[in-house]
Design a binder for this molecule. Structure first.
Ligand code: ADP
Ligand code: ASP
Ligand code: MG
Length: 450
């Protein structure tokens, strides 16, 4: 019996006609790839986010023109252009109308509706490109399948409903020998409104669809031939990791390795679905397989970097030996939908790091005045910005002698604002100044991997 692979192509992979052609080559030469999930063409989502945040007429016209140019440049190279151009024009008209509404009043629902158009356009064009090559590709609106809650910008999928919709809509197509081309990043809530899963969420969509379809694997085709020991843009000497474990990759993604969206591994781990990461530009270079228990498992695996972190230091007003302070603080943070990353505590204070945008699609600042006011009723609040998390990812880091000594040795000369060690067997996390982060990653990488 043939296998079923869900393939996802990211923004740079579908940025222009040549890039899309390479993706089509990958799809059409692999009979197992029968579900294809796409991001918006590179740059489009950023433009749409800008429109959704509201801008004046001149800027709106500029952005519209830029988005149109990106998509038209691809259409211009297709054989049959009239119908696809008309379809893209309809979507561009929607964008124009929604952008005008956003310039009067923004809303989270409007933002998601607007930014979903990037994936709608890229998938329509790619389907046409595949059909022209004689491939049995069919365009599918993923919102008919991926059901989510109503947290616009960071929606959470409803797995059961998504599964039953996939069974009803996708499975018959696959049984009929079709290849489904669909959107990453977006879904629909119970009210019938479009939602998004957070920036970079197409990886997550692909893993989710793989899970509900009982697929054999998820293939993430991107602009790097695999997962590296650190971001190769920061350290050109970084090495490709051929096989790694789900929990190692999950830690990397959570702590900033952009190559995978942090939630991608959730369905993969739950349903034990191997994830492959490779380059759509150079598939022959091979890539990384992420599986449950590959061997060997080195002490130091990789370094991840997450920029633009905020540190909140909360000092109790009433404190020494007071009970319930942490409970109070976390209740307030949860009420404001803030997810905390790293925590350290002392007798009278607690320091927590958070990602100000929470990677929500709109990029909006989550640290609101209302949250600060509420915290201020219970404690003194100090906010520090321009920080970065540098996470050292590995295995059994907490049980091995000498780990701390090695790390501190390589970190000599840098100011470390906060350290978290021991909660996870897979990482040691340090908070550092944004402007020193690259140098710290390079020093650690040189010391641990080169
Ligand atoms: P896509 O648009 O295909 O989703 P992304 O830009 O989201 O691609 O992710 C790919 C990028 O992730 C790479 O270009 C690279 O700079 C970055 N990256 C960060 N950390 C790593 C890492 N450890 N290994 C590989 N790539 C990484
Ligand atoms: N297009 C979306 C973004 O730019 C989703 C994705 O690319 O995964 O964030
Ligand atoms: Mg991505």
């Amino acid at each position: 019996m043939s296998k079923l692979s869900v393939a996802k192509f990211g923004g740079t992979s579908v940025a222009n006609f040549d890039a899309m052609t390479l993706c089509a080559n990958i799809v059409t030469t692999d009979p197992n790839t029968r579900v294809v999930v796409l991001s918006a063409s590179a740059g489009v989502t950023n433009y749409l986010v800008e429109l959704a945040n509201g801008c004046d007429k001149t800027r709106r016209t500029e952005i519209l023109e830029a988005v149109k140019t990106i998509q038209y440049n691809i259409i211009d190279k297709l054989q049959e252009q009239a119908q696809i151009r008309a379809e893209i024009d309809t979507l561009l008209n929607h964008i124009t109308a929604l952008a005008e509404s956003a310039s009067l009043a923004t809303s989270d629902a409007l933002t998601d509706e607007l930014i979903s158009h990037g994936e709608m356009m890229s998938t329509k064009i790619f389907t046409q490109l595949c059909v022209e090559r004689g491939y049995p590709a069919v365009w599918v609106d993923v919102r008919d399948i991926v059901a989510t809650d109503s947290q616009y910008g960071k929606a959470v999928p409803n797995d059961e409903k998504t599964k039953s919709q996939a069974d009803a809509i996708l499975k018959p197509l696959l049984s009929a020998g079709k290849v489904a081309i669909t959107q990453g990043f977006i879904g629909r809530n119970d009210e019938g409104k479009t939602t998004t899963l957070g920036r970079g969420g197409s990886d997550y969509s692909a893993a989710l669809l793989a899970e509900v379809l009982n697929a054999d694997d998820v293939l993430i085709w991107t602009d790097v031939p695999g997962i590296y020991t650190t971001d190769p843009r920061v350290v050109p000497n970084a090495q490709r990791i051929d096989t790694m474990a789900f929990n190692e990759a999950a830690e990397m993604a959570t702590f900033g390795a952009k190559v995978l969206h942090p939630a991608t591994l959730l369905p993969a781990v739950r349903s034990n679905i191997p994830v492959y990461v490779g380059s759509s530009k150079a598939p022959e270079q091979g890539g990384t397989w992420v599986t449950r228990d590959p061997q060997p498992r080195p002490t130091f695996r990789a370094i991840a970097l997450r920029r633009n972190q905020t540190l909140l230091t909360l000092s109790s007003l009433s404190m020494l030996h007071a009970k319930g302070f942490l409970a109070k603080v976390f209740t307030i943070l949860a009420k404001h939908n803030i997810s905390v990353d790293v925590i350290t505590t002392s007798e009278v204070s607690i320091a927590v790091t958070l990602d100000k945008t929470g990677s929500a699609s709109s990029g909006a600042d989550m640290l609101s005045q209302a949250l600060l006011d509420e915290l201020n009723e219970h404690c003194h609040v100090q906010v520090e910005n321009d920080l970065a998390l540098v996470a050292i990812i590995g295995n059994n880091l907490h049980t091995q002698a000498g780990v701390a000594k090695q790390l501190f040795h390589h970190l000599e000369g840098f100011n470390i604002r906060l350290i978290s060690y021991g909660a996870s067997t897979n990482n040691v996390c340090t908070l550092v100044k944004n402007q020193e982060a690259d140098d710290i990653v390079r020093a650690l990488h040189a010391g641990l991997f080169e």
